[in-house]
Design a protein around this ligand. Structure first.
Ligand code: HEC
Length: 139
């Protein structure tokens, strides 16, 4: 190999190294721009960061109780509940609604929403039920 050829080879090698470094750092950039969003999303999905109303929406309560819990043909409004419920009792109710059917209010509900049954939510984490209860008690 002549000197000139050696230089050529050296430059070529250097060029290749730089090229690969370039692609690697580009990938890092992409990951960096994605990760804050991804972290935000995963935070939203953990119950720790989910507020009561979001949980209520996610649990399908609004299908029956209305998009703003204003009530519908299927279920009563969830407003002014603090008049009737403590936080504890409301959580217990959500876990087992059928055991709370004796109040005058509920006798009326049974008549008015004859074909709809308030489901029991004992599969939902009690902490999340607590967050939902907190929200409902402010409505
Ligand atoms: C399939 C329809 C349906 C769904 C879904 C539903 N409910 Fe109900 N809910 C009812 C009906 C009907 C009543 C009336 C009580 C009865 O008939 O026993 C009721 C009653 C209630 C009450 C008592 C209201 C009062 O005046 O004290 C609360 C609180 C309540 N629901 C909360 C929720 C929450 C929170 C969710 C979601 C986790 C939910 N409901 C999902 C139908 C539903």
């Amino acid at each position: 190999m002549t000197n000139a050829q050696k230089w050529m080879a050296a430059f070529l090698g250097l060029f290749l190294i730089l090229f690969f470094l370039g692609t690697i750092t580009k990938k890092d950039d992409v990951i960096e721009t994605l990760s804050p969003q991804m972290m935000q999303q995963s935070q939203q999905n953990t119950s720790q960061h989910t507020d009561g109303f979001t949980l209520i929406k996610q649990s399908g309560c609004i299908t029956c109780h209305g998009s703003n819990l204003q009530g519908s043909k299927m279920a009563p409004a969830l407003t002014g509940l603090s008049e009737y419920w403590t936080r504890e009792k409301l959580i217990n109710y959500l876990r087992n609604p059928s055991s709370f059917g004796t109040d005058e209010r509920f006798v009326e509900y049974k008549e008015k929403y004859k074909n709809v049954i308030m489901p029991s939510y004992n599969n939902i984490d009690v902490k999340d039920l607590g967050r939902m209860a907190d929200y409902m008690l402010t409505k």
